[in-house]
Design a protein around this ligand. Structure first.
Ligand SMILES: *Cc1c(COP(=O)(O)O)cnc(C)c1O
Length: 386
């Protein structure tokens, strides 16, 4: 696509990313949400259409939808898989529906057979939120290859980190062409911004260990607020206002990190698979419910979800003891600063999701977690989880 030139690094990334999926086209953006925003624009959905998504997601998903000119509509989740409930989804589809976003929560594949069937029936584009799933499969095909396009995140605690960052992926040549065209208008980060990312990536590698994650996350948010580090989201964005420089590309330092992460992706997958399977085997012995298995899916967990009765107290205790427990999701639109109604979420509309927000903590599977540490996490749960 010489008409729409990319930098050398971008081209290399494109090649490596699509090699992993065996075909298709990828474009790197500043964040996963930006890939979604751009993808929505490229689909040419009529303005004001409703975009359906699970009411158990990151607030930056509905904000991207709103920034692109659409209305987010939320469907409750299946309490066992944390993915969109297909019966309730069927009831929400109407002539106003512009697209459906499925999210493979925690890495658990959504019910793609049923959902793709709805999409075909009603001629609605399917979009996959793969911010939690990089290696999970549904019927032997990778999650991310079912939708018109999919988007991935390189945020600090996603499948692999690029500092911050995101990827757009599609298997449709025509859509890919439109995206390349749009991409020409995406801002290029300055060399100073790239230097800052390089330093942040370095600092992260030295400072963030499973035992310090909670502490460092707090510090990072503070520094982000003060404008000292590049934070994941600006305050205005979490309030629903389009921030300056939103539509941006990855900085060279982030691209470099992406390339090195993709080079060792099989190791990362193997590791996450092993730790996830360990939790899955051991949790029933501690009397915790596990995620149901399905013959159609192969899950590589980004985080392993567990329900507890004392979420808040448990998280506090974990922080004190240096145990890395995740809080996803704390609200149906995680990370929201403004009230949920600003993002068109009506409290009480997704009761399964709201209950999950009160009860679910999640266990880490990343490369910093070895078997000993995973065992420590389980011991902690055995002792303190209600
Ligand atoms: C992290 C996340 C996103 C957004 O990713 P960014 O790269 O931070 O924009 C979207 N959806 C889900 C489910 C996520 O967890």
């Amino acid at each position: 696509m010489n008409k729409y030139p990319l930098t050398k690094q971008e081209q290399t990334l494109q090649k490596k990313f699509t090699n992993y999926f065996a075909s298709g086209t990828c474009l790197p953006f500043a964040k996963g949400r930006v890939a979604l925003y751009a993808g929505l624009k490229a689909l040419n959905i009529p303005e004001g259409s409703e975009i359906i998504m699970p009411g158990y997601t990151c607030v930056v998903v509905p904000t991207a939808v709103m920034f692109a000119g659409y209305k987010p509509v939320y469907v409750d989740i299946d309490p066992n898989t944390y993915n969109i409930d297909t019966d309730q989804l069927a009831n929400r589809i109407s002539e106003r529906t512009g697209a459906i976003i499925v999210q493979h929560t925690y890495g658990i594949p959504a019910e793609l057979d049923t959902i793709t069937q709805y999409c075909t029936q009603h001629n609605i584009p399917l979009i996959e939120d793969c911010c939690h799933s990089f290696a999970s499969r549904y019927r032997d095909k990778l999650c991310g290859t079912y939708g018109r396009f999919s988007f991935f995140s390189g945020q600090w605690n996603k499948f692999f980190s690029t500092g911050l960052g995101g990827f757009f992926y599609t298997q449709e040549p025509e859509l890919a062409e439109r995206m390349h065209k749009l991409f020409q208008n995406a801002q290029k980060p300055s060399s100073l911004a790239s230097l800052r990312f390089a330093l942040q990536i370095l600092a992260y590698q030295f400072l963030v260990k499973p035992s310090t994650t909670a502490l460092m996350t707090g510090l990072y948010r503070l520094l982000g607020r003060a404008g000292i580090v590049a934070g994941s989201s600006s305050y205005e964005e979490l309030e629903g206002t389009l921030p300056k420089g939103y539509f941006s590309r990855m900085a060279p330092a982030q691209l470099k990190k992406s390339l090195s992460e993709l080079d060792k992706i099989q190791q990362t997958i193997q590791h996450r698979r092993q730790i996830g399977e360990f939790y899955h085997q051991e949790l029933p012995r501690l009397n915790f419910k596990t995620v149901p298995e399905s013959s159609k899916t192969e899950t590589v967990f980004l985080r392993y979800p567990v329900r507890v009765e004392n979420k808040e107290a448990l998280l506090k205790k974990a922080e004190k003891q240096g145990i890395e427990l995740g809080t996803w999701f704390e609200t149906p639109l995680h990370g929201n600063e403004a009230p949920l109604s600003v993002f068109a979420y009506e409290t009480g509309s997704c009761p399964n999701a709201e209950r999950a927000c009160e009860q679910v903590i999640n266990l880490p599977t990343h490369i910093g977690v070895d078997m000993d540490y995973a065992e420590k996490v389980l011991n902690f749960l055995r002792k303190y989880a209600g």
